[in-house]
Write a protein that binds this ligand. Structure first.
Ligand code: NAD
Length: 377
């Protein structure tokens, strides 16, 4: 089997595999083609990939020769035009949201796997790019907030007076939120967190943060550990609690998401206006509409003295370790597809292979994506 590792486009700095991964693949008799410059923004040279046993080639060659094409970001129109039905495309293309893309792959007949759709089971944990990249994002978002804030995070008692610690509010205590709590606590801030899933209460507390209690949240075990849409009554109570906490916070990190839907709106303009000038909001849900009403995706704005940063791709700010974690996830997933002889075998009897497969021979295999696509028709 020939695996093609593509260079990312735009401001994406990560690469889906590192030379250490290529070395293991070539040892398993997989031929690896790497696009020229693929690792450049992750401080990895073409020479490093060659030393690991890869052939470094132009992008066209990969589309011509590879059986399996690997990239982190969504494919471009050109990629879709170039890919053949007999090739396998692996990336993270947010199929619950990017239904237009799913349709194009269906029309083309290509087999696609979206790594952000890996089932959330214990066996799949080592392949879960959402978790690994959310860890990077939660850490990096807090560092950015600390640098933007005109005050310290920790408390200081010095001869020049006492400095009070920063108050940080984390909205959404999933993987990114929990890492944000841990990082903000390590920097000495006082942290409160809010989530609709009561299961995270103990995790929040064990990290030394306060859990903002709002009773009456709707939870659904069938949602696979994810949040579900909430009732109007709950949303009203939640809004009051968040507005009160926001007014006391110097930093708010927004991470709340609902897969396949617009991000929940948790911070209306009036809540932002109650914050002190100099406060910072980092909205990591910016790409799906944001948790803050004023967020502009990929932009930093200042509203009445409050800086609002709409950034959903923090993993790109830490390209080397983010790529290292991503690469390890990919390798664990590829172990399900690559035979002992280095061949490609798609075993759809395996729940992880089937659950991660979005399109195959003109059909949608992932159940959640299938139901979204059926509802569109
Ligand atoms: P996510 O990125 O989809 O959402 C982030 C957080 O926002 C979630 O905790 C969610 O509950 C919260 N949220 C959604 N709507 C909200 C609202 N209106 N108000 C407040 N908070 C809201 O989630 P995630 O971090 O990718 O994962 C969620 C959970 O899934 C994890 O905490 C974990 O329990 C589970 N998980 C399981 C596995 C596995 O078993 N393989 C892997 C990763 C995560």
């Amino acid at each position: 089997m020939i695996l093609g590792l593509l260079k990312e486009k735009g401001d994406e700095t990560r690469v889906a595999l590192l030379p250490e991964n290529v070395k293991s693949l070539t040892a398993q008799k997989v031929e690896v083609l790497v696009e020229e410059g693929a690792g450049h923004n992750a401080f990895t040279s073409d020479e490093d990939f060659r030393d690991a046993g890869a052939k470094v080639v132009k992008r066209e060659k990969i589309f011509e020769q590879a059986d399996l094409l690997l990239q982190i970001q969504v494919p471009s129109e050109e990629d879709i035009a170039n890919i053949r039905p007999d090739q396998v495309w692996i990336s993270a293309f947010n199929p619950l949201w990017e239904t237009g893309l799913v349709k194009k792959f269906l029309d083309k007949g290509t087999t696609t796997f979206s790594l952000d759709s890996i089932p959330r089971t214990t066996r799949a944990q080592a392949m879960d790019i959402l978790s690994s990249q959310a860890t990077v994002a939660g850490y990096n978002a807090v560092l950015e907030a600390a640098l933007q804030l005109p005050t310290f995070f920790p408390m200081f008692m010095t001869a020049a007076g006492t400095i009070r610690p920063a108050n940080v509010l984390i909205l959404g205590a999933g993987v990114a939120g929990l890492q944000a709590i841990a990082t903000a606590r390590k920097l000495g801030a006082q942290v409160a967190a809010f989530d609709v899933r009561s299961a995270v209460r103990e995790e929040v507390k064990s990290l030394g943060a306060r859990f903002v209690e709002v009773e009456g949240a709707k939870e659904d075990k069938a949602a696979g550990g994810y949040a579900v849409e909430q009732s109007e009554e709950f949303k009203r109570k939640q809004q009051e609690a968040i507005n009160d906490h926001a007014a006391k916070s110097n930093v708010i990190i927004c991470t709340a998401q609902i897969p396949g839907r617009k991000a929940p709106l948790l911070l209306p303009a009036e809540a932002v206006e109650r914050m002190k000038p100099g406060s910072v909001i980092i909205d990591m849900a910016a790409s799906t509409g944001g948790n803050c009403e004023l967020t502009k995706n990929n932009q930093t704005i200042v509203h009445k003295g409050v800086t609002i940063i709409g950034q959903s791709n923090y993993p790109s700010r830490l390209p080397l370790d983010a790529s290292r974690m991503f690469g390890k996830n990919v390798m664990n997933f590829l172990a399900l597809l690559v035979t002992k002889e280095g061949g490609l075998h798609l075993n759809f009897e395996d729940d992880i292979v089937k659950g991660t497969c979005i399109t195959h021979q003109g059909k949608v295999l992932n159940e959640r994506v299938k139901s979204v696509m059926d509802n569109l028709n």
